[in-house]
Design a protein around this ligand. Structure first.
Ligand SMILES: *[C@@H]1O[C@H](CO)[C@@H](O)[C@H](O)[C@H]1NC(C)=O
Ligand SMILES: *[C@@H]1O[C@H](CO)[C@@H](O)[C@H](O)[C@H]1NC(C)=O
Ligand SMILES: *[C@@H]1O[C@H](CO)[C@@H](O)[C@H](O)[C@H]1NC(C)=O
Ligand SMILES: *[C@@H]1O[C@H](CO)[C@@H](O)[C@H](O)[C@H]1NC(C)=O
Ligand SMILES: *[C@@H]1O[C@H](CO)[C@@H](O)[C@H](O)[C@H]1NC(C)=O
Ligand SMILES: *[C@@H]1O[C@H](CO)[C@@H](O)[C@H](O)[C@H]1NC(C)=O
Length: 341
């Protein structure tokens, strides 16, 4: 019998294993593609972001956020991401976003702010008005495309796996609205209280709750600043269209340029919009590991803490060109984590 070279045997076995592995991988990839394109979902979930401006830091943060979705958002390939932006966003920057986040389903949508009163905070005011009113009532772009809308800002990012598909969970439970955290925001509170007292009938004191936390909306006590930390929210899109009180409330704010004239924040206004709806809603807390810049709400935490030890380093990284193209920088309590895609 011919004696075989041990190296030959080794190479042969290795080749067979390699061929088998390739076959399994190809099979797996095509199955995954088939699943993704079969569009078997009975609902349409959309992720929505407003791009602040086209400077380096916001671009880095945006890519950090998008890459965190790619890494940690369960079933991300099923959901389109709509990036709303002003005309100042250059084609070059768009190309870089598409290049760095090439695995995501990114779409751009151009918007215009109508700054009625110029001031050093009119950019911020435009942003607040966008998330309160424009996104639902100035543009009807999302209406034919989404059943559920999730806001995820460029300065938010996931810090670990969501474990479950947030849209699927929301859909399965037939929620109207879901949030990550609740706080109290007192910016422009005097104006908001007076305005609500004028807006609501004086002979009927109204009260509203986010799950078990309640506030009056008018009457002797008035609205106390209760707010959803709405840098993240997930909403059934039709909720605001089915309840005309919301548009009526927002329209009267717009008509007096409230966002530009008073220090009104979008967290309060969105919360009040929800509370004005009289029929009972299914509002839920969602638990997933989430950061807003260098403030974090880790697993099981209902509130945010400031990561003093890593804040400086995180902000420092965000100033370096192209640093987050294929990485996610995660501020945590003690260390700055750098994850490669
Ligand atoms: C940017 O791209 C769009 C189409 O993708 C094109 O219509 C427009 O002219 C481009 N703008 C510049 C400044 O090149
Ligand atoms: C901008 O706002 C002003 C004041 O509210 C309004 O009169 C005008 O029609 C708006 N312009 C556009 C283009 O929306
Ligand atoms: C913006 O302007 C107001 C006065 O209108 C001033 O009190 C405030 O300090 C200014 N803020 C900034 C950041 O420049
Ligand atoms: C992410 O979650 C896993 C468990 O799901 C845990 O082992 C790991 O430590 C978490 N990572 C961070 C950075 O918190
Ligand atoms: C409040 O007053 C209006 C008329 O101004 C009346 O139609 C309504 O029934 C009153 N509501 C309550 C709760 O008394
Ligand atoms: C940005 O970084 C990526 C790798 O993360 C690289 O492929 C790309 O060429 C870089 N782009 C620029 C403009 O330097």
């Amino acid at each position: 019998m011919q004696r075989k070279n041990p190296l030959f045997i080794f190479v042969s076995i290795f080749s067979i294993i390699f061929a088998l592995a390739s076959y399994i991988k190809i099979f797996h990839d095509t199955t995954e593609k088939a699943l993704a394109t079969s569009n078997a979902l009975s609902y349409r979930g959309c992720i929505v972001t407003l791009i602040r401006s086209d400077n380096l830091i916001s671009l880095n943060k945006l890519l950090n956020m998008l890459n965190s979705l790619q890494l940690y958002f369960k079933n991300i390939h099923q959901y389109p991401i709509y990036l709303f932006h002003e005309p100042t966003l250059t084609n070059e920057t768009k190309q870089q976003i598409l290049y760095c986040a090439s695995k995501l389903r990114i779409n751009f949508y151009e918007i215009y702010f109508n700054i009625t009163i110029q001031s050093n905070r009119s950019g911020y005011a435009s942003m607040c008005q966008f998330w309160s009113y424009d996104i639902w009532f100035k543009y009807n772009f999302l209406q034919n495309k989404c059943d559920y809308v999730m806001r995820f800002d460029d300065d938010s990012y996931l810090i670990n796996s969501t474990q479950y598909d947030l849209f699927e969970y929301f859909h399965k439970n037939q929620y109207d609205y879901a949030y990550r955290s609740i706080y109290s925001d007192n910016n422009g509170l005097d104006f908001i209280q007076d305005n609500l007292r004028t807006f609501l009938p004086t002979n009927h004191t109204r009260r509203g709750c986010i799950q078990s936390i309640c506030t009056f909306l008018n009457g002797p006590h008035g609205y106390d600043g209760l707010a959803v930390y709405n840098n993240f929210f997930l909403m059934r899109l039709n909720l605001f269209y089915e309840n005309p009180i919301v548009e009526k409330y927002l329209k009267q704010l717009i008509s007096i340029n409230a966002f530009y004239r008073y220090r009104v924040g979008d967290a309060n206004i969105q919360t009040i919009s929800l509370l004005l709806i009289e029929k009972s809603l299914k509002i839920s807390y969602l638990n997933f590991p989430y950061n807003h810049n260098v403030h974090g709400a880790g697993h099981d935490s209902t509130s945010f803490s400031f990561y003093a030890n890593t804040a400086f380093m995180w902000h420092y990284q965000m100033k370096k060109p192209n640093i987050t193209c294929s990485k996610v920088f995660i501020a945590t309590k003690y260390t700055l984590i750098e994850k490669n895609l």
